[in-house]
Write a protein that binds this ligand. Structure first.
Ligand code: GRG
Length: 305
């Protein structure tokens, strides 16, 4: 590919991302209007509508298109995935978890609304997510919607995101006893499982067959893990004074990362291999329909934040 063609691809994908992010934001705003009690809804909307890359919704919409479905079929699930993402960020920032005062450059939810309100906003967001999938999904056979509810619940719960968070917290946020295998377990469950839920939901709603769902599932697992490996590399390369510390533990945060376990270069190799494995899952699909998910891999791999 010439640099010009490459530029065009990046430019087109940016336009695609901006269009989808705008559509998702509008759908989220409509899905969760300001109701009584105002403080609860303000807390929910504060975290839901505060920007973010909207990776899961875009994966969900793109997976639906990949198999020939329309955005409308997947939009309620795309919104639900973002509600769940917002919920997990609110709870992750709580003093009993990561204890973060800032999220997306703004005070974290509990800093603005207080801990009880933040905990409850999280619960309400997760309930709203499932209500939204069940009541707002239209134009597809009901068994697809039912399957999506089951898949999403399984992948964010004790076999997925919650499992990853528990192992992460139990390891003191990735302390001394975290080797490569455990780090991969944490990333695969905390992050890749949510991407898998988004991708499988989109594919199921778009009418995918089992083989296609299998391809999409592996794509999402590889892409989700790659997201975290790249995140780890960015954490290290952004902070020059941390370079050279290769003990497998970030002294400042107590957090294990790929670069600290295997070095920056090997981490980049791991990310490239994951990207290739994800790409391979898309080869059997029509090229035009696979383009957004293909381009998303480059976006994840070469992003700078
Ligand atoms: C989901 C039932 C349920 C419970 C949640 C607190 C908790 C249990 C899990 C923590 C999960 C967590 C915070 C995972 C990290 C996910 C992640 C990759 C966050 C960063 O996502 P970006 O970079 O953020 O996509 P933006 O701001 O772009 O949305």
């Amino acid at each position: 590919q010439t640099p010009d063609q490459n530029q065009k691809l990046v430019f087109d994908f940016k336009a695609y991302m901006l269009e989808k992010i705008a559509a998702v934001n509008a759908a989220l705003d409509a899905a969760l209007p300001l109701r009584h009690p105002a403080k609860l809804h303000e807390a929910m909307r504060y975290s839901l509508l505060s920007g973010g890359k909207r990776v899961c919704p875009i994966v969900c919409l793109a997976a639906c298109r990949l198999v020939g479905g329309e955005d409308a079929a997947a939009m309620p699930s795309a919104c639900a995935l973002e509600m769940i993402h917002a919920m997990s960020l609110i709870h992750d920032d709580l003093p009993c978890m990561d204890d973060d005062d800032l999220r997306r450059g703004r005070p974290s939810n509990h800093k603005v609304f207080g801990e009880p309100a933040a905990v409850l906003a999280g619960y309400a967001l997760i309930a709203s997510a499932f209500e939204h999938i069940a009541t707002a999904t239209e134009g597809v056979p009901a068994e697809r919607t039912l399957r999506v509810i089951g898949e999403v619940a399984r992948l964010i719960g004790a076999e997925g995101v919650v499992a990853g968070q528990v192992v992460d917290l139990r390891s003191g946020g990735g302390g001394d006893d975290v080797g490569l295998e455990k780090l991969e377990y944490i990333h695969v469950h905390k992050t890749a499982a949510a991407v898998e839920a988004a991708a499988v939901a989109g594919a199921v709603l778009g009418g995918a067959c089992e083989e296609e769902i299998g391809n999409v599932r592996i794509y999402a697992r590889r892409a989700g893990l790659m997201f975290q490996v790249v995140d780890d590399v960015l954490d290290v390369t952004k902070s020059t004074e941390e370079l050279g510390k290769t003990a497998g533990k970030d002294v400042a945060t107590g957090k294990a990362t790929y670069p600290k376990l295997i070095g920056v270069e090997k981490s980049r190799e791991v990310a490239e291999n994951l990207k290739r494995e994800a790409q391979e899952q898309l080869l059997g699909f029509e090229r035009g329909r696979a383009a957004p998910l293909m381009a998303l891999l480059d976006f994840i791999a070469y992003r700078d934040k």
